[in-house]
Design a protein around this ligand. Structure first.
Ligand code: IPT
Length: 958
């Protein structure tokens, strides 16, 4: 039998009213550490009497608090996105309900008995029943929300015994259907707190900023007879029973997170304050802070760690904040629950706008057409409101929090409307967000997820018959699904955010891949995803959709986002260089500007730019600096770097860069310098040998016309290829490109050699490439010529027949010896780039080991292609190797496996390095888009069969 408290819809019982996360000088005792632990397969088999002093837990094990038990050998993690992993019959839960019993003995000195005390849990998933010294304190639900119990009369001087029974499933699970791992246990801190009589149990500090006068006002609401000091503002011991006009202050913003240290105190308790003055308002259809429209360059952040699950260590939360700041991210939506409270303190301190979201999601009811959805059922009203109250009360003093969010994917309902109403009544300083209120009946901002560019454009033009919605500021609470290789199309979203004042940016889905650290049988590390833990129902790798990999290394998507969102835009202009300030508040005074002049990617000179102070929203035009004369392809790269150390990055950290093409010898910089034209080598005659055909350094197979060696190095190809290992985005959406490609057989195209014809100094190979069973194809002609140490290939491709599908890729595949495992190139880099995700690639000279060119997507797929490559060198440790020059510039990938291997792999450890290095020399690739959840590739980034040519010159490096 399931204990009745698990299946009533209430928030639980016994808890104290919610209050602010107060840190004070009152006595506290952290109860984190190793607790006695036992997991039972169901509630019925959990032992009786665990709260008794005399209970014998000698045969129990130990488990760290905080932690998720599934990551410490008890049970297993399970991943589902929308579907509940149990039958939907609210509020009932499965009888097979893993139940973890925890016991902790702790000592208290007699001073603890002198005043009241509370016991706080910052997060327990999903339902806990708590006893202290044999007395039941209560039951709590609301996994990512704090709960406190009054323990005043229960504490003992000397030994105390805390017993907690945690159930994996409860009625609360119906309200916690977020897209993430199902993980259980006491996963946030447990603290014992003294509550001195006459102390500051709760307070609500509103620090308003009047942008007209520049003055601040403090409004403090606290039940205690408290006083406040903010020495920097000359406030010493002021009573807080009336608003305090503090005169001129520097406001808080995500860009300039000015905090004033202060103190709220009574005779018995002192609460340190970090006050940020700011006013959030919706005016003229815009969300404004301190009178200015802000633009969210945001991300959705789940709390995830590949080893610790949702028990994210403090230093890792700090790492997230620092990485966000360093990648030009200015906002976080705490999807889809309040984060650990310390995360918000970090956001205050380092400067990030926060949309603080309630721990509420009932997405699985969508599969029942929302029948029985708790957010529209009066029986669940208390539970819903309780969650919002606990969110708002806990975080109400954080300046970084500028919007409250009611939750995620709960459809709509009266309980949500009631939560919004309560929130506005409680806090008049922050608007309310909830995406599911499609008509915006009870929210203050219009929010959508994954709206495509056209829809955002319509919203920007206020083309909407719903008059309320039309008047509201618009945000994308989720967009640019960062699953796998991508996202594509970020630049075009930015353009919309900048075109339309009511389109105030959005939050990329999402910050981190929820991969779980595992090892294969051979001990090799990899990241697991849904289905790897024996779950009968799961959503595969849909949880690996972040801008950082599970170990928090940046993905190419994060670097692209950082470039797209750079706060200074540096571009070529008729005057020379244009610098546009895209901050909302900051001038450019905190930045230094320096430049390098590179010829063929090699630095010729460098210098600094004198930049006047540019206010936010303004731009300056600067003349080009005095530049040295160059002869080859030349680029001026201008960097905007931090002039001084900041709390989040050291002086010299680049926040932006831009490139200006310079034509050697020309006086006015033209718009574009084309890739170096490759001189056509000719003159060497084709000869026949017993082994094949020879042309200079090149040997060919006379039947296939394919290259077999280059100056004695064994090679294979180059041969036309159409396939790329489909990305998550290729696989996504209602009409996946991947399915369309496979349906016509692009993954198994066949090559027919029409002719191999040696004509004195030219070898001409004509082929037709097409999949089985279809009539359309591509004609590919290869013309080889040679002179001296170089051999030249001219490839001409032409469609034959009507192509009903896009192409994944149009390129050449070629295998070169495995010892050529070092790559240097002049072109786009340093990282991968694709047609609709290429802002972060600059033109320079780069080098890498082949192995380091790979992007370790949790689910293997096309990755690592460098674009606009003018030439590449592939060499061994001794420097021997090949050089390939291309015109026009080409896309380059080098791997120790083929596209087919990459396509077949499901985890990184499936990719076993083979002997040759497989090169892709691409004319073009299809864009990436974000169809894994959202719009596909924009039309102008689609790759269609079209006549195309590429010239490559191969030469040998000794
Ligand atoms: C959206 C969810 O809000 C988010 O939690 C996540 O699941 C995301 O999708 C996909 O990764 S909901 C979806 C129906 C648009």
């Amino acid at each position: 039998m399931t204990p009745p408290y698990l299946e009533d819809r209430s928030p639980g019982y016994g808890a104290l009213p919610p209050r602010a996360a107060v840190s004070s000088d009152a006595r506290s005792l952290c109860l984190n550490g190793d607790w006695r632990f036992r997991l039972s397969p169901d509630a019925a088999s959990a032992p009786d009497g665990i709260s008794d002093d005399g209970f014998d837990d000698a045969d129990w094990s130990e488990l760290a608090v905080p932690s998720n038990w599934q990551l410490h050998g008890y049970g297993a993690p399970a991943y589902t996105n929308v579907r509940y992993p149990f039958p939907v019959e609210p509020p009932f839960v499965p009888s097979e309900n893993p139940t973890g019993d925890y016991r902790l003995r702790f000592e208290l000195g007699p001073q603890w008995l002198a005043e009241p005390a509370v016991l706080r849990f910052d997060g327990v998933d999903s339902c806990a029943r708590v006893w202290l010294n044999g007395r039941e304190l209560g039951v709590t639900r609301g996994s990512r929300l704090p709960v406190e119990f009054d323990v005043t009369s229960v504490l003992r001087a000397g030994a105390n015994l805390l017993a907690v029974r945690v159930h994996q499933w409860s009625s609360g699970s119906y309200l916690e259907d977020q897209d993430m791992w199902w993980l259980s246990g006491i996963f946030r801190d447990v603290t014992l707190l003294a509550r001195p009589a006459g102390g500051i149990t709760d307070y609500f500090l509103r620090a308003d900023y009047d942008h007209w006068s520049g003055a601040g006002t403090l409004r403090v609401e606290t039940p205690a007879a408290a006083r406040i000091s903010v020495p920097e503002l000359g406030i010493r011991g002021y009573p807080v029973d009336a608003p305090i006009e503090v005169g001129a202050v520097e406001p808080w913003s995500a860009e300039v997170p000015r905090l004033y240290d202060g103190e709220l105190y009574t005779d018995t308790e002192r609460v340190p304050l970090r006050i940020g003055f700011r006013t959030v308002a919706i005016e003229g259809g815009q969300l404004r802070v301190n009178g200015r429209r802000i633009l969210f360059k945001g991300v959705n952040r789940h709390e995830h760690h590949p080893e610790h699950g949702r028990a994210v260590p403090r230093e890792v939360a700090l790492q997230d904040v620092l990485m966000m700041k360093r990648h030009n991210i200015n906002a976080v939506r705490t999807s889809h629950y309040p984060p650990h409270p310390e995360f918000l303190e970090l956001c205050d301190r380092y400067g990030l706008w926060v949309v603080d979201e309630c721990d509420l999601e009932t997405h699985g009811f969508e599969l029942l057409d929302w029948a029985g959805n708790p957010t529209d059922d009066p029986a669940w009203a208390d539970a819903c409101l309780d969650r919002m109250r606990r969110t708002v009360e806990r975080d109400k003093n954080r300046p970084s929090v500028i919007l409250w969010s009611l939750g995620n994917e709960c459809h709509t309902g009266a309980n949500l409307a009631a939560m919004a109403e309560w929130t506005r009544g409680r806090d008049d300083t922050r608007p309310v967000h909830y995406e599911g209120d499609a008509d915006c009946a009870y929210v203050d901002v219009h929010s959508r997820m994954y709206a495509d560019h056209n829809e955002v454009d319509r919203i920007g033009r206020r083309d909407d018959e719903n008059t309320r919605r039309r008047e509201l500021p618009f945000i994308l609470c989720e967009y640019a699904h960062a699953m796998g290789t991508g996202p594509g199309g970020l630049l075009e979203y930015r353009e919309l955010f900048e075109r339309y004042p009511n389109c105030q940016g959005g939050f990329v889905w999402e910050w981190i891949d929820h991969g779980i650290a595992r090892r294969d049988a051979a001990g090799r590390a990899y990241f697991g995803y849904g289905g790897d833990f024996g779950e009968p129902l799961h959503d595969g790798n849909f949880c690996a959709d972040g801008l950082v990999f599970p170990d928090r290394t940046p993905s190419p998507g994060l670097l692209e986002l950082a470039k797209v969102h750079e706060p200074v835009r540096i571009t070529a202009s008729p005057e020379g260089i244009r610098l546009a300030n895209h901050y909302d508040f900051a001038t450019l005074a905190h930045l230094a500007f320096h430049w390098t002049l590179e010829e063929q990617g090699v630095e010729v000179t460098k210098g600094t730019l004198d930049v006047p102070d540019v206010p936010p929203g303004a731009a300056v035009e600067l003349a080009l600096p005095e530049l040295a004369t160059t002869h080859g392809e030349t680029w001026l790269t201008v960097w905007a770097v931090l002039a001084e150390d900041t709390p989040w990055a050291a002086a010299g950290h680049a926040v932006a860069w831009g490139q200006v093409p310079i034509v050697p010898g020309a006086e006015v910089p033209p718009a574009i310098v084309p890739g170096a034209e490759v001189p056509p080598p000719t003159g060497t005659a084709v000869t026949r040998s017993p082994g094949g055909l020879e042309l200079g350094i090149a040997g060919f197979d006379p039947r296939t016309g394919l290259l077999t060696d280059l100056a004695g190095h064994r090679v294979r190809g180059p041969r036309l290829e159409l396939w790329r290992a489909p990305t998550d985005n290729d696989r996504g959406g209602p009409h996946p490109e991947d399915a369309a490609w496979r349906a016509v057989g692009l993954h198994r195209a066949q090559h027919r050699v029409i002719s191999v014809h040696a004509d004195r100094t030219e070898l001409v190979v004509r082929t037709r490439v097409a999949p089985a069973a279809v009539g359309f194809g591509l004609l590919a002609n290869y013309r080889w010529t040679a002179s001296g140490d170089a051999v030249r290939l001219r490839l001409d491709v032409e469609p034959d027949g009507e192509w009903p599908v896009t192409l994944p890729r149009l390129g050449l595949g070629m295998a070169v010896p495995g010892e050529f495992d070092r790559v240097a190139w002049f072109g786009g880099g340093p990282g991968e780039a694709y047609p609709d995700s290429r802002q972060a690639a600059r033109i320079s000279r780069f080098s890498s080991r082949v192995d380091d060119l790979q992007t370790p997507q949790v689910f293997p797929q096309e990755n690592g292609t460098r674009i606009d490559v003018r030439w590449a060198r592939l060499t061994s440790a001794t420097g021997a190797g090949l050089r390939i020059d291309g015109s026009p510039p080409f896309g380059l990938a080098a791997r120790r496996w083929t596209a087919a291997d990459l396509d077949a792999a499901t985890h990184t450890v499936d990719l076993r390095p083979g002997e040759p290095v497989e090169l892709s020399l691409d004319l073009a690739q299809h864009g990436l888009g974000t169809a894994s959840c959202g719009p596909g590739v924009l039309p102008h980034y689609e790759l269609r069969a079209h006549p195309a040519s590429l010239t490559l010159v191969f030469s040998v490096l000794a």
